[in-house]
Design a protein around this ligand. Structure first.
Ligand SMILES: Cc1cc2nc3c(=O)[nH]c(=O)nc-3n(C[C@H](O)[C@H](O)[C@H](O)COP(=O)(O)OP(=O)(O)OC[C@H]3O[C@@H](n4cnc5c(N)ncnc54)[C@H](O)[C@@H]3O)c2cc1C
Length: 390
C-alpha cells in the first residue's frame, strides 16, 4: 500500500502552495479590515487579476476540459489544490472554472454561457433550494409552464450563492407536476437576469451572503433549456455531488492552518510561569485536532480517488463531507480556546473561520442528509462495510 504523492502531484501541490503563500496571503490583513467595514475582502477586479497571475503559474480551469483551455486535473489533484486554497481566508479561487453541469449545454449555449463563465466574463449561480424545500429538494415548487416557444417561470429560490452578483442562473423548475420531481418532472433552465428575475440579499453569519431569487412570470425561450426536458433534478444532484469532496478538501486547509497557529501560540503564550503548551489540557486539544485532521485527509483523498477510478463516489464523498465539516468545526473551536480571549477578537482570523466553517455542516447536504445517505447505502446493501477493501 502506497500513501505517498507522485512527483507530479507533489510538484503541482507545492506550486499551488507557493502561489497562495506569496500572492494571496499578503492580502489577508487588508481583506480582514475591509470585511470589518462590510466590504468584500477582495474586489471582483482584484480576484480576476490574481486569477490571471495564477494562470501564468499554470493554474487555470482545474476541472475544465483541455478543449476549453483548462487543466482537466484528476480529482485527487483538485482536492490537493483546494486544500492549499483553504489555507488562506482571502476569498480566492483559481479561475477558468464553470459549473460542471454547464457542459450539458448545446453548442450554442456553450458559447453563450459556458465559455464566458470559464473566461470570467459572466457569473453564474445554481438554484434548487426553495423556502419550502432544502434537504427535501424533491419538494421544489418553482414552476415552468410552456407557452408557445417560451416557458414562464414562477416561484422563489433561496440561499443562492452568488445570487446577488450572477448575471444568469441555472434554475431547476417543475415542468410536469404529474411526473413528480424524481419521475422526470423537472427541467433546468439557463435564465439571464435581464429576463426578469430579481435577487434579494440574505444576511448570514458569514462574509458576503446568498440571495433569494424571485421569479414572477419570467419568460424564458425554449432554447434556454439545459440538457433535456425532465433532466433537471438529475443535473441538480450532479451539481451538488461535485462539492462533496471539494468542500472538505477546503476545510482541511483551514484546519491545518488554524492548528499551526495554535501550536505556535501554545509555544509562546505563558501563564503561571510556563508555556501554555506544557499543560496536558492544551496538548490534548492539539493531539485530538491532529488525529481528526489526518482521519479527514484520508476520507477526502479516498473520495477523490474513487472519482478518479470512475466508480460511484457518493458514499465516500458523503463520509468525507460529513467528517470533514465536523472536523474543521472542532479544530477551529479548539484553536479559539487555545488562543483564549485573543481567539475571540477580530484581530485574528479565528472568529472569522469559526463563522465560516459552520456553514460547511449545512450547505450542499446537511450533516443529517450525509448520515441518511451513508446509512441508507449500508442498509440497502449498496455499499459494504470496509468500502473497496471489503
Ligand atoms: C450560505 C448558503 C449558501 C447556499 N448556497 C446554495 C446554492 O448556491 N444553491 C442552492 O440551491 N442552495 C444553496 N444553499 C441551500 C442549502 O443547500 C440548504 O440550506 C440545505 O440543503 C438545508 O436545507 P434547509 O435550509 O431548507 O434546511 P431543512 O431541510 O429545513 O433542514 C432543517 C434541519 O432539519 C434536518 N433534517 C431535514 N430533514 C431531515 C431528515 N429526514 N432526517 C433528519 N434530519 C432532517 C436538516 O439536516 C437540518 O438540520 C445554501 C445555503 C446557505 C446557508
Amino acid at each position: 500500500m502506497d500513501f505517498s504523492l507522485t512527483d507530479e502531484e507533489r510538484a503541482i501541490r507545492d506550486t499551488a502552495r507557493q502561489f497562495i503563500t506569496r500572492e494571496v496571503m499578503p492580502l489577508e490583513q487588508e481583506a480582514l479590515l475591509r470585511e470589518r467595514r462590510h466590504q468584500p475582502g477582495l474586489e471582483l477586479s482584484e480576484l480576476r487579476e490574481l486569477q490571471q497571475k495564477a494562470k501564468k503559474f499554470g493554474f487555470w480551469g482545474l476541472s475544465t476540459p483541455e478543449e476549453f483551455g483548462g487543466m482537466n486535473l484528476p480529482a485527487v489533484l483538485q482536492s490537493l489544490i483546494w486544500t492549499e486554497v483553504g489555507r488562506t481566508f482571502v476569498q480566492f479561487k483559481f479561475g477558468g472554472e464553470a459549473d460542471n453541469i454547464l457542459y450539458y449545454a448545446n453548442d450554442e449555449q456553450k458559447q453563450e454561457y459556458l465559455v464566458p463563465t470559464i473566461e470570467g466574463d459572466r457569473i453564474s449561480c445554481f438554484a434548487i433550494t426553495e423556502p419550502g424545500a432544502g434537504s427535501d429538494a424533491a419538494n421544489i415548487k418553482l414552476s415552468a409552464r410552456q407557452d408557445g416557444d417560451d416557458w414562464v417561470l414562477n416561484g422563489e429560490k433561496t440561499f443562492i450563492t452568488n445570487g446577488n452578483d450572477a448575471d444568469f442562473v441555472i434554475v431547476v423548475a417543475v415542468t410536469d407536476k404529474e411526473k413528480g420531481v424524481r419521475g422526470g418532472g423537472t427541467t433546468a433552465f439557463l435564465v439571464d437576469r435581464d429576463m426578469g428575475w430579481r435577487s434579494e440579499f440574505i444576511q448570514t453569519m458569514g462574509e458576503g451572503g446568498p440571495a433569494s431569487l424571485i421569479f414572477e412570470d419570467v419568460r424564458v425561450p425554449a432554447r434556454n433549456i439545459l440538457g433535456e426536458i425532465g433532466q433537471g433534478f438529475e443535473l441538480g444532484m450532479k451539481w451538488i455531488g461535485k462539492g462533496r469532496y471539494l468542500i472538505p478538501s477546503n476545510a482541511l486547509g483551514i484546519a491545518e492552518r488554524a492548528l499551526g497557529m495554535a501550536i505556535e501560540y501554545a509555544g509562546t503564550r505563558e501563564t503561571f510561569g510556563r508555556k501554555i503548551g506544557e499543560n496536558q489540557a492544551i496538548q490534548w486539544m492539539i493531539a485530538d485536532s491532529e488525529v481528526e485532521i489526518e482521519a479527514a485527509r484520508w476520507l477526502i483523498l479516498r473520495a477523490a480517488w474513487t472519482v478518479d477510478q470512475g466508480e460511484d463516489p457518493r458514499h465516500a464523498s458523503s463520509m468525507a463531507k460529513l467528517y470533514g465539516a465536523s472536523m474543521v468545526n472542532n479544530v477551529v473551536d479548539r484553536v479559539m480556546q487555545i488562543h483564549g480571549g485573543m481567539g475571540y477578537t477580530r484581530e485574528l482570523p479565528i472568529e472569522r473561520w469559526y463563522r465560516q466553517v459552520r456553514l460547511m455542516r449545512i450547505y450542499e447536504g446537511t450533516d443529517e442528509m450525509q448520515r441518511l445517505i451513508i446509512s441508507r447505502d449500508l442498509l440497502r446493501g449498496y455499499t459494504k462495510i470496509g468500502g473497496h477493501l471489503a
